[in-house]
Design a protein around this ligand. Structure first.
Ligand SMILES: Cc1ncc(COP(=O)(O)O)c(C=O)c1O
Length: 458
């Protein structure tokens, strides 16, 4: 129940506005619409990942430069989607382009180590305090390696995660990602729900979940499965229900409970790493896990993944007890791009810039939400932020079901038709800025939102 005094949004009006905004978008993107039909002949849904398509149609991109992207119809957008948060350096950053061009001319793959990997590992160690790193090719591979290491080190099979977080598409963690209300079970002891058909039930049963921010639920999970949980993996700030920051003390309490029970504690920093702060969530929230999974922004736009850990766990890799492997692990192109991104672009000054941009966004959007008394709230940190169409802040994933679908979707369409590109599935996704974004571009986001607020409340 909202305690703020907010207006009631007229859903019929929202429906009419959605219809006219969809029509506007269809008129602006005939080639994307036609291309999907052609692409469907060989690509299911016309796309390469199921999350690349969302209503009303997938948007095919031609190119990007700095803060801007252009679709295949020639429309230009300021990019706040930023490849699901992977482009904090901006598109085609000259330092990254130069590093990749230099490297590709020298050969792009040997399945043997190259020297850049150590520089990237040194940088990540400095940011996180975790001394030992291995590379792979995606966030999925990073969290896969983390679960394997925690299981190997403990000899236990069960994993604990947070209900409603996504950690990639491997079997161990594609559990309780976006469960529906009729699948939930009790809040304090959620059911384990397969995210997709194709997961063996025996795998699903090995992954338990708890609500974000609930210390007692974590304690209970360990009490109810004594000596069986290998470790817990959390996204330290949830980035797929808008942006949900951890309650004070929750991360430290989880770590303590894990350790008290002989289990390990891992951060999934695939989205928060090198975006929330220079040192990612570890620095932002002051808790160092046993393992941290990085990907997305650390690659400067190339496919990447990394796992860092304490010596006790990484020693299993050092001694060959756990095979941490992959043909393209630490591949020279990614390492060159990553080195440039981390050591030349995403340097401490960049985070001051992210704060400045977020100040423009936060102050402006907050003023709009307050003055129009919108049933929405706002969260921002580092390069990330989100408007969530629910008057009161969320506590966890289940609260996200009170977020209004239609205003979220309208807001996404509205911004798109006014030159701002945000992630599809707008109800859930946070924005990511880049070092190339300007204050004027942030202000444009705010102005569009104010115009929407006016249209909704006129
Ligand atoms: C928090 C989190 N972890 C892991 C992943 C998986 O990363 P990838 O898509 O690179 O496999 C994602 C992807 O969106 C993510 O948001």
């Amino acid at each position: 129940m909202a305690t703020r005094d907010v207006v009631e949004i007229d859903l019929e009006l929202v429906g009419r506005l959605i219809a006219s905004e969809e029509e506007k978008l269809r008129t602006a993107q005939p080639r994307s619409i036609a291309y999907q039909e052609t692409a469907r002949e060989h690509l299911p849904g016309g796309v390469s990942s199921s999350w690349q398509t969302a209503p009303p149609h997938p948007i095919y991109i031609d190119r990007g430069l700095g803060s801007r992207v252009w679709d295949i119809d020639g429309n230009e957008f300021v990019d706040f989607h930023n490849g699901y948060g992977a482009i904090a350096v901006g598109h085609a950053h000259p330092k990254v382009v130069e590093a990749v061009q230099r490297r590709i001319a020298l050969g792009s793959h040997f399945a043997q180590p190259t020297e850049d990997a150590l520089i990237v590992a040194e940088d990540l160690a400095a940011r996180t305090g975790l001394p030992l790193w291995r590379f792979n090719n995606s966030g999925t591979e990073a969290t896969l390696d983390a679960t394997r290491l925690m299981r190997a080190a403990t000899g236990r099979d069960l994993l604990l995660k947070v209900e409603g977080t996504y950690h990639g598409h491997h079997d161990a963690l594609m559990v309780s990602v976006f469960p529906k209300p009729d699948e939930w079970g009790p809040r304090e002891r959620p059911n384990s729900v397969a995210q997709t058909p194709g997961l063996p039930q025996s795998y699903v049963d090995l992954t338990l979940s708890v609500p974000f921010g609930d210390v007692e639920a974590v304690r209970r999970a360990f009490d109810e499965h004594p000596g069986r949980i290998a470790g817990m993996i959390v996204e330290p700030a949830m980035t797929n229900v808008g942006l949900l920051l951890p309650p004070d003390g929750w991360l430290a309490a989880c770590k303590e409970i894990c350790h008290a029970n002989g289990a390990y504690f891992a951060f999934d920093e695939v989205k928060t790493g090198a975006t929330l702060a220079w040192g990612g969530a570890i620095a932002a929230f002051g808790v160092t896990p046993d393992l941290a999974c990085f990907a997305k922004s650390i690659g400067g736009g190339l496919p990447c993944g990394a796992i860092g850990g304490v010596p006790e766990l990484m020693d299993l890799v050092e001694r060959g007890r756990v095979d941490q492997v992959g043909t393209f692990n630490g591949n020279p192109l990614t390492m060159a791009a990553s080195r440039a991104a981390l050591t030349e672009v995403l340097v401490p000054n960049a985070y001051q810039r992210f704060d400045e941009l977020n100040r423009v966004l936060h102050d402006g959007l907050d003023k709009v939400i307050e003055s129009y008394r919108l049933p929405a709230h706002l969260e921002t940190m580092g390069a990330k932020g989100a408007i969530t169409w629910r008057a009161e802040p969320l506590r966890d994933y289940r609260d996200g079901f009170d977020v209004a679908d239609q205003p979220s979707y309208l807001s996404w369409l509205w911004q798109l038709n006014r030159g701002i590109f945000k992630s599809p599935w707008a109800k859930w996704e946070s924005w990511t800025t880049s070092v190339a974004h300007t204050d004027d571009e942030a202000q444009r986001y705010v102005d569009n939102f104010a115009e929407l607020a006016e249209a909704l409340t006129a």
